[in-house]
Write a protein that binds this ligand. Structure first.
Ligand code: NAD
Ligand code: UGA
Length: 435
């Protein structure tokens, strides 16, 4: 099938390349020419494992092409996917300008029977607005509008897309349903569940999923704090409760608070949707508030580990990205942690395998960026592990200790074993575990 994808960011580029891999002929459009030039020359605009090879393979096969403008090239598309950003507005609601602009731009070129599919995360009812825009620009045209939220995670985006837990499609007519069935046939043939709902329900499923996961994290982080007071181990609690299949072990790793481009913004957008219709979401409200506080206060662990002051101390921060296997710094806990340490008078050295360039505009200018964990630990009074990159799980502790001023590790992702670290002569603190 011929498909177009508008927006070549995390979701658009990954979806476009994966649709091509499934055998479709895909035109990926982004109005940022620098991004398209980079992709065409083989440079991926984002760090996502396996993406460069996937794009190269499908470009070479002639199934994946790129453009900077929305024009007649989309007119043979059976479906046009909208995958542009929906960031938080100043008031916490989702910014829909990019979605509306993309729909207006593609409307003149759509063929009869085409399906406009919203893959961006959008407030409930956005599909209705898209329908109105299309009806205004092309009153004569019969087109369908569908919702097909994306559930991929950064860092695991390709496997999440190709082996999804489920595909959700919200439709209001049989045409949209048939087109979606045909697009996803290669995945459903391999067992991927395809769930059809009405459009508003599909839009709600995306927000409910992210908000539920955010709540799960907020809860385990709260349990972690309590574990520290009562001498229990949150990692074992996670295993113990996670073995109950109603709870499940995934998404129970306590840490410095959730970040990223989606959980914070989507939880806030859903809360605002509730406020707008006069409904209450007290649980979600607390989850958002507790996470904001957590990110601002978790740096105090380092303060405590160094006896109540970091003034004049050097802290080595290992990991800046909001999670491993990405260079994304949006809402990363490292931003708050480094800001606190800087405010309290510490000198900061930092290392991240992928996100240092993206980190620079978000962190104080005084941060010294290092080439590896050992350079980062040079002269440090403490090391803080903030992102759980795999290379931090296998650190050479003796080498680390040899270059540090004081052997102190604050492990905010529970990647190291207290027994092993302490056996090497380190003072060790982690999250929700006896230390
Ligand atoms: P992004 O900012 O990485 O990419 C959006 C792209 O759209 C940008 O490259 C921008 O230049 C382009 N764009 C904007 N307006 C355009 C227009 N009129 N024409 C052509 N291109 C245009 O965003 P993202 O992270 O891919 O997120 C996109 C949507 O998907 C958001 O709603 C987000 O909530 C949702 N989502 C994101 C993820 C994720 O992991 N990042 C996962 C699931 C859902
Ligand atoms: C999340 C969802 O997992 C995706 O399903 C969804 O598509 C996406 O948001 C989106 O809508 O954009 P992502 O933000 O890429 O994906 O990353 P996650 O792996 O979900 O992590 C989110 C945050 O939670 C990170 O800060 C991570 O460190 C934290 N986290 C996650 C924990 O602290 N503990 C865990 O056990 C899991």
């Amino acid at each position: 099938m011929r498909l177009s994808v508008i927006g070549a960011g995390y979701v658009g580029l990954v979806s476009g390349a994966c649709f091509a891999e499934l055998g479709h002929s895909v035109l990926c459009i982004d109005n940022n020419p620098a991004k398209i030039d980079a992709i065409r020359s083989g440079q991926m605009p984002i760090y996502e494992p396996g993406l460069d090879a996937l794009v190269a393979r499908n470009v070479a096969a002639g199934r994946l092409t790129f453009a900077t403008g929305i024009d007649a090239a989309i007119s043979d598309s059976a479906a046009v996917f909208i995958a542009v950003g929906t960031p938080s507005r100043f008031d916490g609601r989702a910014e829909l300008t990019f979605v509306h602009a993309a729909v207006e731009a593609c409307a003149p070129f759509l063929k009869a029977g085409a399906v406009v599919v919203n893959k961006s995360t959008v407030p409930i009812g956005t599909g209705d607005r898209v329908e109105e825009i299309l009806a205004t620009v092309r009153p004569e045209l019969a087109v369908s509008v569908a919702s097909n939220p994306e559930f991929l995670r950064e860092g695991a985006a390709i496997s999440d897309f190709m082996e999804p837990d489920r595909i959700v499609v919200g439709v209001e007519d049989d045409n949209a349903r048939a087109v979606a069935e045909a697009i996803y046939a290669p995945l459903t043939a391999k067992g991927a569940p395809l769930l059809f709902t009405r459009r508003r329900t599909s839009e709600m499923i995306k927000y409910a999923a992210n908000s539920f996961l955010a709540t799960k994290l907020g809860f385990i982080n709260e349990i972690a704090d309590l574990c520290e007071h009562v001498g229990a181990d949150v990692a074992e609690v996670a295993v113990g409760i996670g073995l109950d299949s109603r709870i499940g072990r995934k998404f129970l790793n306590a840490g410095p608070g959730f970040g990223g481009s989606c959980f914070p913004k989507d939880a806030l957008a859903l809360l605002n949707t509730a406020n707008d219709v006069g409904a209450q979401m007290p649980i979600l409200e607390r989850v958002i508030h507790a996470n904001d506080l957590r990110k601002r206060n978790i740096g105090r662990k380092i303060l405590k580990a160094l006896g109540g002051s970091v003034r004049g101390a050097t802290i080595g921060v290992l990991g800046l990205a909001f999670k491993p296997e990405t260079d994304d710094m949006r809402e990363a806990p490292s931003i708050d942690i480094v800001a606190s340490l800087d405010y309290w008078g510490a000198a900061i050295r930092a290392y991240d395998p992928a996100a240092m360039e993206q980190a620079k505009p978000k962190l104080p200018a005084s941060v010294v960026y290092c080439d590896d964990p050992y350079a980062c630990a040079e002269g440090a009074d403490a090391i803080a592990i903030v992102t759980e990159w795999n290379e931090f799980r296998t650190l050479d502790l003796a080498r680390l200790k040899a270059v540090m001023r004081r052997p102190v590790i604050v492990d905010m992702r529970n990647v190291l074993s207290a027994a092993e670290v302490e056996a090497q002569g380190f003072q060790y603190d982690s999250v929700g575990r006896p230390g």
